[in-house]
Design a binder for this molecule. Sequence first.
Ligand code: ZN
Length: 199
Amino acid sequence: MPTELNQLHSSEEALARLMEGNRRYVAAQMEHPRRSREHRYELRNGQFPFAVVLGCADSRVSPTVIFDQGLGDLFIIRVAGNVTDTAVLASIEYAAVALKVQLIMVLGHSGCGAVQAAIADDELPGHLTDLVKAIHPAIESVKDADGDLLDNAVKANAQQVADQIRQNRPVLADLAATGQITVLPALYHLENGHVELLE
Ligand SMILES: [Zn+2]
């Protein structure tokens, strides 16, 4: 029997589908959908993902698992600290323009080591210096705020990256301004699996 390929999703539909999958994951009622041999075959000539997730490379934050999705569902970009660079922005542009994906979620997580390293601001080897530099403005923005600095900085970093995507010219800024994409920052809680929307 042929399996269902994704239809075009509005950003609202995509968000509802992600959050419903996260509810199943938190409740330990996962469906592990769309992972069959048949579904793999259905997807052989094209992909129809319904959301982009820009997440941290942290091994505990696998979007396909925490949103209980399957093959072909999510266009996932993962990099330590869920920051952007040219390759990340180009990947999002491809998903938005060529694949018509409307929802872009920037997913930070509690206890993020990259944000922690940026807070510690110790001497770091190699390219890590550039990575933490990208996170510093987010830390600066919350350094006098109440509450836990790491928690606040993780949230601020996801929000900062979401803003960078919305404002990135020429492609993404135009799509955001005309409502063709929605960019949402979110926070994954390692301890209970819950994804919290930050806007
Ligand atoms: Zn992380």
